[in-house]
Design a protein around this ligand. Structure first.
Ligand SMILES: CCCC/C=C/CC(=O)SCCNC(=O)CCNC(=O)[C@H](O)C(C)(C)COP(=O)(O)OP(=O)(O)OC[C@H]1O[C@@H](n2cnc3c(N)ncnc32)[C@H](O)[C@@H]1OP(=O)(O)O
Length: 386
């Protein structure tokens, strides 16, 4: 079983060392040299090719060196090894020589598409902010917290949860008047990073679920307690926890490209972010049920009609219009805004913390269910998407 290392990208779960481990093998054949070169090239790739490609590389490697998969199928909770087994087994009786050739071809196509890429991945200036998964800036009275994993649709990995909490705590104390959360790239956020489920600690899945519930409770608590006006600038589709949290924001501005999707039942999970309380209040119990229980995806216009979104802007003018407005808001007297927020929100705080605790406890149980495990395995093995 592969485990995450602290601060490592989730992609390392299915890691290059799986391939490297076998470099010492020396069976020489006609195309063995190409094969070995290709294995070395894999180590030199500068950009991570993604789990799907790494699974393909793994399966071709195994087929080329060991032939058809004859290992017993790993258990459903052994997510990583099951994904690897599925990929290898899917190659059936592909001859070793063909697998070797396919491996060489795949590495060669990767080398040209990834190595030569001159595109600078967003987030490379992260040293300037000290964050790995966020870009945080403060100007014109506005602290902007930008989710910065665009290639992962800004999915929230464990590091990002911690960094957002850190950034919110810092923003609550800095001299900005308002705080904004937004996303880099085409998505606002695709919600919880499903690979978070694969990092199983020595205490097993129960400990994993318990730790997840503790993290989630603390994370949502930071939004409940945030003292300044908190505004979401929803630049694109939003999924899962990035949607539910919107009920705790003071204003939500959305591009007309944004969608709002909480497919909890599809994932064998249950609502969080206090949405089991805020959504029925914002949009009526029946509309909240359509979203939170049946996973109905709302357009930005629909979310605005339901009261979840404050205002929708055409995508072409979204950034300009929203930031002009926010800069004007940020010029208002900060203490007055803070006190007014307090009087609007404070009588609900205790209730929200209680709801948060209950939701986290229910989710802890859900994460251990077959329904949830199967949904995660299906996503990771590329059998399903929303
Ligand atoms: C500890 C606290 C827990 C709190 C719990 C919260 C509950 C939730 O938030 S539930 C919502 C969970 N989110 C999802 O189920 C979304 C899963 N993602 C998708 O269905 C699709 O990726 C998409 C519809 C969002 C986008 O599809 P599209 O075809 O446009 O792009 P992709 O090729 O799928 O994505 C690009 C890249 O990003 C990776 N990725 C996207 N979303 C996630 C995610 N949520 N978790 C992990 N990885 C994600 C995707 O795998 C691709 O990666 P590779 O390039 O490496 O293949």
């Amino acid at each position: 079983m592969a485990y995450h290392l602290p601060n490592c990208s989730s992609l390392q779960v299915i890691s290059f060392p799986v391939v490297q481990l076998h470099l010492n093998r020396t069976a020489m054949r006609a195309s063995q040299k190409d094969f070995e070169n290709a294995m070395n090239q894999v180590k030199l790739l500068k950009k991570d090719p993604g789990n799907e490609v790494k699974l393909k590389l793994y399966s071709l490697y195994k087929q080329a060196t060991e032939g058809p998969c004859n290992m017993p199928k790993p258990g459903v909770f052994d997510l990583i090894n099951k994904a690897k087994w599925d990929a290898w087994n899917a190659l059936g009786s592909l001859p070793k020589e063909t697998a070797r050739q396919n491996y060489v071809d795949l590495v060669s196509s990767l080398s040209s598409s990834l190595e030569s890429s001159s595109q600078v991945e967003p987030g490379t200036d992260r040293k300037s902010t000290g964050y790995e998964t966020l870009m945080v800036t403060s100007e014109d009275g506005i602290t902007k917290i930008m989710l910065n994993r665009p290639t992962k649709k800004n999915a929230l990995n464990v590091e990002m949860y911690h960094e957002i909490m850190h950034a919110l705590k810092a923003a609550s104390k800095d001299d900005s008047a308002i705080t904004v959360l937004t996303g880099n790239g085409d998505y606002y956020s695709s919600g919880n990073d499903l690979t978070n489920f694969t990092d199983i600690p020595p205490g097993g899945v129960e400990e994993k679920a318990k730790n997840g519930a503790i993290l989630l409770r603390e994370f949502v608590g930071c939004f409940i307690d945030f003292p300044k006006p908190l505004i979401a600038v929803v630049n694109g589709p939003a999924v899962g926890i990035s949607v539910t949290l919107l009920g705790l924001f003071d204003a939500v501005y959305a591009s007309d490209r944004a969608t709002f999707h909480t497919p909890f039942s599809h994932l064998g999970q249950s609502p969080e972010g206090c949405s089991s309380y805020t959504f029925p209040k914002i949009m009526s119990p029946a509309k909240a049920t359509e979203m939170l229980v049946f996973g109905k995806k709302l357009t930005a216009g629909e979310a605005c009609a339901q009261g979840l979104v404050t205002e929708v802007f055409p995508d072409s003018t979204f950034q300009k219009e929203v930031w002009t407005r926010l800069k004007a808001f940020a010029k208002l007297p900060p203490n007055a805004m803070r006190i007014s927020k307090e009087i609007i929100r404070n009588r609900e705080k205790e209730k929200l913390h209680a709801v948060n605790a209950e939701e986290c406890s229910v989710l802890q149980g859900r994460w251990l269910s077959d329904e949830c495990m199967n949904a995660v395995v299906n996503f990771l093995s590329r059998k399903s998407k929303l």
